[in-house]
Ligand binder design. Structure first.
Ligand SMILES: [Zn+2]
Length: 369
């Protein structure tokens, strides 16, 4: 089932729950119908529903200054609309939501790369007609401003996001220009405490003892997944259904690209000091900073996932490990099995760069030859 359908199912279950709650209070049937109707009034924002405006406090930033930008989102439609919070800056920047360029060259996004789960009700921001929400973000904590230059900054949530979540609303703004004195990039969680060593190459941070046990089991299963993938890819290259389902068009070059990725993933699990940090409480599975190997932050959905199989804990660790620039430098072009399969057909180049495609290839559930 696609994420989109799962999200819709959750919505219906929520609607049904509110109906039965009213029933229990002895409310007449019409009130239950009203409750359904008012739920239906909140729909996902579509292009043009929400206006986004950027403003900066000053037009030039010294090296010691944050690069603060205020993002104001206004519902300019006549209905209440909802947007996924992670496609907005209301809870801090969790995606590559800005286009930041200097002399036409994009400033590198050094922020978090998530594996999102099915959105929960609390993951949405509802905006009434005419309502505005403003958030201030420090872009220097997320983008690379090491070059002294005039930067062109624009909000654009369309980016390369998949279209499988509800609430993907393609918010975009006009641009602002700001002169920024260059400064080295230091990511905001760089000072995180060193973890507790629990195994040869694995340590944990902010994990309870129960979670340390679960993480260790998942880590060992991820190692098995990486080993099995390398063994499989060391066989005679051909257009197998396992390869073409997840990575599309077969050629020996394409096969070798994926083999190189899994060889790096396996090597990282086998030989690097991997830290799994349990400090995240987002509804997502996990996230990493691509340029901060080998620390993986696991979040709420990780704990409700099975150890192995589709969208499992072990598979999530494969997904996250593939993101690191020094490992396979993958991105998130599509989330979920059905979107990843479609991507293999529509854009194999992106499929070979997509973290979930690597995860599903490794999980191999259901098993493909
Ligand atoms: Zn990811």
């Amino acid at each position: 089932m696609s994420l989109n359908l799962r999200g819709r199912l959750n919505w219906w279950m929520g609607a049904l729950a509110s109906v039965s709650l009213l029933g229990a209070c002895g409310a007449p049937d019409e009130r239950a119908e009203d409750a359904l109707e008012s739920n239906e009034a909140v729909r996902d924002a579509v292009a043009g529903d929400v206006a986004v405006k950027l403003s900066v406090g000053k037009s030039a930033m010294a090296a010691r200054d944050n690069v603060l930008v205020t993002v104001t989102m206004t519902n300019v439609s006549s209905r209440t609309v909802r947007v996924l919070k992670w496609h907005t800056p209301v809870d801090g920047l969790k995606e590559d939501l800005f286009k930041v360029t200097a002399d036409g060259v994009a400033a590198e996004y050094n922020g978090r790369h998530y594996k999102w789960a099915t959105p929960q009700a609390t993951d949405y921001l509802n905006l009434a007609p005419g309502e505005s929400v403003s958030s201030k973000v420090d872009l220097a904590s997320v983008y690379d401003f090491s070059k002294t230059a005039t930067y062109d900054i624009r909000f654009d949530s369309a980016g390369h996001h998949d279209a499988t979540h509800d609430g993907v609303s393609q918010l975009s703004s006009g641009s602002v220009s700001v002169f920024v004195e260059g400064r080295p990039f230091v990511h905001p969680e760089a000072e995180a405490a060193p973890g507790t060593v629990t195994a040869m190459a694995l340590s944990t941070a902010n994990c309870s003892s129960t979670r340390v046990t679960s993480v260790t089991t998942a880590f060992n299963s991820a190692k098995t997944y990486a080993n099995n993938a390398v063994t499989y890819l060391s066989g005679t290259p051909s257009a197998t259904s396992r390869f073409t389902t997840w990575f599309g068009t077969y050629s020996s070059t394409n096969w070798n690209t994926i083999k190189t990725h899994f060889t790096s993933i396996k090597s990282a699990f086998d030989t690097k000091s991997v830290i799994v940090d349990c400090g995240c409480s987002d509804s997502a599975y996990a996230y990493v900073y691509k340029n901060s190997p080998y620390r993986i932050y696991v979040c709420n959905a990780f704990w409700s996932a099975p150890n192995t199989g589709t969208d499992s804990r072990a598979g999530t660790l494969i997904h996250e490990m593939s993101h690191f620039t020094v490992v396979a430098d993958t991105d998130d072009w599509a989330y979920g099995q059905s979107a990843a399969k479609s991507l293999a057909t529509s854009n194999p180049t992106r499929a070979r760069d997509n973290a979930d495609s690597h995860e599903y290839f490794a999980e191999n559930t259901p098993s493909l030859p």
